[in-house]
Design a protein around this ligand. Structure first.
Ligand SMILES: [Zn+2]
Length: 81
């Protein structure tokens, strides 16, 4: 399989492609927590690492479905119509 081939379809905007990884929260807040309070800083860093999700590169919603599933194919057809 070629690297540029779409693997997912977005349920929100119909974009076909590959989801991108996005981490929730803000780096500035993480830095602040580290400087002011060490323990919440550690907790916040762990929380951000565990909430990484795959989002649509176009509309940034975490609604991308794999194209090789019945639901993904159904969605693809609905956007083609
Ligand atoms: Zn989208």
């Amino acid at each position: 399989m070629k690297n540029k081939e779409p693997t997912h379809i977005c349920a929100n905007c119909g974009f076909k492609g590959r989801p991108v990884k996005q981490t929730k929260g803000s780096f500035a807040l993480e830095l602040l927590l580290w400087i002011v309070f060490l323990i919440p800083g550690v907790a916040y860093t762990i929380w951000r690492m565990t909430t990484t999700q795959e989002v649509c590169p176009k509309c940034k919603t975490p609604n991308m479905l794999p194209l090789d599933t019945p639901k993904g194919r159904e969605l693809e057809q609905s956007f083609l119509a």
